[in-house]
Design a protein around this ligand. Sequence first.
Ligand code: DGL
Length: 266
Amino acid sequence: MPERAVGVFDSGVGGLTVLRELQYQIPGEPLVYLGDTARVPYGTKSAQTVLRYAHEAAVFLVAQRVKLLVVACNTASAVALDDLAETYRLPVVGVIEPGARRALEVTRSGRIGVIGTEGTIRSGAYERALRAGQPDVVVHAVACPLFVPLAEEGWAGHEVARLAARDYLAPLLAQEIDTLVLGCTHYPLLKKTLQEVVGPNVRLIDSAEETAKAVALKLDAHQLRLPVAANVPTRYFVTDIPDRFERVGGAFLGASLHGVTMVNLD
Ligand code: DGL
């Protein structure tokens, strides 16, 4: 088992922010990444549809004989994590629980803001995860749909991003949050702009970093870590032609992307 890869999936390029952290935090572990680029975005779709997509992605990765499944998409984690964990006989890690846990560790006032896609915010998954850890926590959640295209356009530091952030975050700042959970794969790219808008007294929580830590712990708990680093290149699969994934994904991964294979999940 340990020599098998860790399987990671997302709706597209966003999960590469999680993959990047995995490459950094568990170096030498073989990784397989699936971006469902034919059906991105998940964030605007119904829970039912995202659940179906998540199962199809999981079936594909299970067929690649992965040892652990990382749901590197907040929207899919929000609606499908429990179902996936019950269905497949392997450990499953999502991005919501690790981010929520970290937010509870750092908040002093117990007033936490959450931003994400429409689907993630509508699901209430972050509120549930935060309240499970601390029942009296005050949570304010806002969907920020424009951040996904802005990050993909390379406009994370653009004035347009700053204006959008001011508008989206104003109600959260009015609630005097001291912690803001970046509940979407794309938002780590906007960190600098978001920090400028919320000011130095609000801590940003990067789900990607926290998820990689959770994966490392889970591998150890299940004795699935490779004893000797494999140092094999990450294998990439997408469901649409790879061009855009390779071009846009580099900024999310922090490295250039090559050798991406197109697959059909049907
Ligand atoms: N990966 C998605 C998420 O983290 C954002 C992109 C999408 O809407 O598919 O929620």
